[in-house]
Design a protein around this ligand. Structure first.
Ligand code: ZN
Length: 827
């Protein structure tokens, strides 16, 4: 291929990907006819130009533009082919469904979750007259179901009674379920759950009803479908049973999840404490069979097979001469990685990595001498055409960059000059393998900064140790366990010293550093800089590219001007969490709910949000003890060691052990930050400090915080109810511009006199989508509307941002970042 043709192809591929990127910006999808017309126009025009003169010559720009239009239209049609979301009329209704379990269930801390394909469905009527549901127009056939113990949650806490694995992959079941539209939390640069579900074509989620009045779930048959999933499940069960039976194995039981993840790709099996350790030390990529893992596996397998092939020539296998070892190695690597990906559950990340690798290998085999960057770009373009939404997923970029780096750094196992001692040759080769993996890790570190706002400083050191340990010792032993289960004991045993060292490393100061996430433009520049730094480029190039990293390294998120303040009501579901920022200070009012014993708003939303904003909290204020306000507190306090704790929690509450020098909030306290006044209006001093009697609800003790400067003010009211509201009115309430609606809009709060005294322009409700309490209550909503107050709900708005210098405006993340896959809450 001539250099000129190569450049034209590269330009064309980039244009094609640009069209896909552009389509991902659409807020709503167009009609089929519009996309079809656009595609035919662009295609027709391209064909006509080609007829005029086959060499595109100086019409490159025009051709590029046509390619953008064509890929835009093709991606639009692809998006239209996704299933329809569940009909809103069916959300939350009792449905009887018959269908097949598609994949092995994954452990959740209060039950199991699995993918289910519905074959028939009926809506359960009060009168017993069940109505059949049309699967194409009312209900998507593929859903994601949870099966939890009894009610899942009791007032006294979580029901942790062990629930046996309820279903097996390939079984047909009749279940009573409740479903809802795919709805997730939408926070600035946070994880987009709705996109994740869309990419997998899951358009409804829900849970199995197992109450006393519900018909018990019925296993109808074993269909023999999904045999690989069924095999994975039996291997995982055998593994976990085997390791649980090992005597004296508290730590082996803990690490058994890691072994299960390495063998079957079931990351949900890994304990959260292990995950935290792996994330803190930057080695999490080793434990999850992701795109990166499959790439590394393919690469390693190809090197080993190519090496063996060369050896076989020396040992007299003449056939080996006919096919060159690198090609045989590449093909074998692809096939083996395919098996591995298939056995690891054939998830979307593994599938797209296989596509990428297939393009690289096919081009290598077809003896086309395409330049490396072109092969790389083609691999990326093929994957994005097949799965356009991958472009917004960190996983795609991690494996795409890994493939590029492994292509660029050359083959460590090419035969070099003869060395006298066999062992030293081996050591050299293993050494270079480790080096290549290390280069990939180093190059991927900036991506971590880009996508998660975090970089693990001990990560480089930890990887130096963990990569060879896990790749050459733990994983082979875990795999060997498939034929001899004793190897699983050895794998757990091999994991323990690593775990000890990693725990020690994680305890180092500055082990993990979070930085404010720079805008995408700077991030892209830094990406280019990092790629050049690790390539075999001239030193002068590397020096020139170094400044490209600076904007990302030294980025500071913009702050409110002195004398003003900003509120960010995070989208955490059913619970409160409001970040208050002034020019130099910040306070987090409540820490959101806990979602399950092992998952809370702190880990899932607030810690990443604070990290990507580069925010150092001065204070965490917990209004009261209810878990929808304190659920994420432990995670936030751990990540923000300098933050002081204010609360109305009773003496001896476990959270106080994290901050022994905590402050009790009492009416009358106040302070000024950067010209902004903070005042505590409630609870009165005499009400606090006493143990709660049976009659006093924790809600009544909520810390009420008023924030104001000359022209604008806000009131954060926790979960206070009517008596506390009326007491506050009696003590003389000043009007405010913004009110955080008390008790999530419950009918026990937001009394008429309270709202009339405050006269807010904007009222923000933090409540979960289809929450069990029916918050915000309809009469309360009407009360605000009747007074002409704008009511902003997190479920419709996502994270809501409000700045005191423009008190009449609320910025909604769902408006600002709206895309066609996002759920629109019905009015
Ligand atoms: Zn609450």
């Amino acid at each position: 291929m001539s250099a000129r043709t190569g450049k034209a192809w590269l330009f064309g591929l980039v244009a094609w990907c640009a069209g896909i990127a552009l389509q991902l910006q659409q807020e709503t999808l167009w009609a089929v006819l519009v996309y079809v017309s656009l595609a035919s126009l662009a295609g027709g025009a391209g064909w006509w130009i080609h007829r005029q003169s086959p060499a595109f010559g100086n019409r490159t720009l025009l051709v590029g533009g046509l390619l953008v239009c064509l890929s835009f239209a093709v991606t639009g049609l692809h998006a239209l082919s996704r299933s329809l979301a569940i009909d809103p009329a069916l959300e939350g209704q009792d449905l009887d469904v018959v269908g097949v379990v598609q994949a092995m269930p994954q452990r959740q801390d209060v039950g199991w979750r699995f993918r289910f394909r519905i074959e028939q469905a009926w809506r359960v009527d009060q009168s017993g007259q069940n109505r059949a549901i049309d699967l194409d127009t009312e209900l998507p056939s593929q859903v994601y179901l949870g099966w939890y113990g009894q009610d899942g949650r009791h007032d006294s806490g979580w029901n942790l009674s062990a629930l046996p694995e309820p279903v097996k992959a390939g079984e047909r079941w009749r279940l009573r379920v409740r479903l809802k539209a795919p709805h997730g939390h939408l926070n600035p640069r946070g994880f987009d759950y709705e996109l994740w579900l869309w990419e997998q074509n899951i358009r409804a989620t829900g849970y199995v009803r197992t109450g006393v009045k519900d018909p018990s779930p019925e296993r109808l048959a074993s269909t023999g479908r999904h045999p690989i999933e069924s095999w994975r499940q039996s291997v995982r069960d055998r593994l976990l049973t085997h390791l649980a039976a090992v005597p004296g194995g508290a730590s082996s039981a803990q690490h058994s999840g890691v072994i299960a993840a390495l063998v079957t790709g079931d990351q949900a099996a890994i304990e959260r404490s292990d995950w935290d350790l792996f994330r803190a030390t930057g080695v999490a990529h080793l434990m999850s069979i992701s795109g990166l893992h499959v790439t590394m596996f393919a690469w390693l397998a190809s090197l080993v097979v190519a090496w063996g092939w060369r050896r076989s020539v020396l040992w007299g296998f003449a056939g080996a001469l006919r096919w060159p070892a690198p090609q045989v190695g590449a093909l074998a690597g692809l096939v083996l990685a395919g098996f591995y990906a298939l056995f690891s559950g054939w998830g979307v990340p593994a599938q797209r990595t296989m596509w990428m690798l297939a393009v690289v290998v096919v081009l290598k085999l077809s003896a086309r001498l395409w330049p490396g960057p072109l092969v790389w770009a083609l691999a990326g373009a093929v994957v994005l055409t097949w799965d356009p939404w991958a472009m917004l997923q960190p996983g795609f970029w991690l494996s795409f960059v890994a493939v590029g780096i492994l292509m660029a750094t050359g083959n460590a196992w090419e035969p070099g000059e003869k060395q006298p001692v066999w062992a030293s040759v081996w050591l050299g080769r293993v050494g270079s393998l480790v080096r290549e993996q290390f280069i990939v890790t180093v190059a991927l570190a900036p991506l971590g900064l880009l996508f998660f706002g975090q970089i693990s400083l001990v990560g480089l050191l930890a990887n130096l140790l963990a990569i060879p340990w896990v790749t050459f010792l733990v994983t082979p032993l875990a795999m060997l366990g498939l034929v001899w289960s004793g190897a699983w004991d050895l794998a757990v045993w091999a994991l323990q010293p690593l775990s000890v060292v990693l725990t020690w490393m994680a305890s180092w100061p500055m082990s993990s550093v979070s930085m404010a996430m720079a805008p995408w433009g700077f991030a892209a520049l830094a990406f280019v800089g990092a790629v050049v730094l690790v390539l075999k480029a001239p030193l002068s190039w590397k020096l020139l590219c170094l400044p490209l990293l600076w904007p990302v390294l030294f980025w500071q998120a913009p702050r409110p001007e002195a004398g003003t303040f900003e509120l960010l009501a995070a989208d955490v579901g059913q619970g409160n969490a409001v970040l208050v920022r002034t020019a130099q200070h910040s306070l987090l009012y409540d820490a959101g709910p806990s979602y399950s014993p092992e998952s809370d708003a702190g880990h899932r939303v607030l810690v990443p949000l604070l990290a990507q904003m580069g925010e150092r909290l001065d204070t965490l204020m917990l209004s009261h003890r209810d878990s929808d306000h304190t659920g994420g507190a432990a995670a936030v306090l751990a990540m923000q060691p300098q933050a002081a704790l204010w609360s109305s929690l009773e003496e001896g509450h476990p959270l106080h052990s994290l901050r022994p020098g905590w402050t009790r909030c009492q009416a009358g306290q106040s302070w000024v930050w950067d010209g902004v006044l903070f005042e505590i209006l409630h609870p009165p001093a005499q009400a606090t400090g006493m143990p709660l009697d049976k009659k006093t609800k924790p809600n009544a003790l909520s810390c009420v915080l008023r924030i104001s400067h000359g022209t604008a003010s806000a009131l954060l009211a926790g979960d206070i109810e009517a008596p506390q509201e009326l007491a506050l009115v009696a003590s003389g309430l000043q009007p405010v511009n913004l009110l955080l609606v008390p008790h999530h809009g419950s009918k026990t709060s937001s009394t008429g006199p309270f709202i009339e005294a405050l006269k807010p322009q904007v009222a923000v409700v933090q409540a979960g989508y289809r929450n069990r309490y029916g918050h915000p209550a309809e009469p309360v909503v009407q009360r605000y509307r009747a007074l002409g107050i704008e009511l902003v709900e997190n479920t419709r708005c996502g994270a809501a941002r409000w700045v005191s210098s423009k008190p009449e405006v609320v910025h909604c993340e769902r408006d600002w970042a709206r895309r066609y896959w996002h759920h629109t809450v019905p009015p």
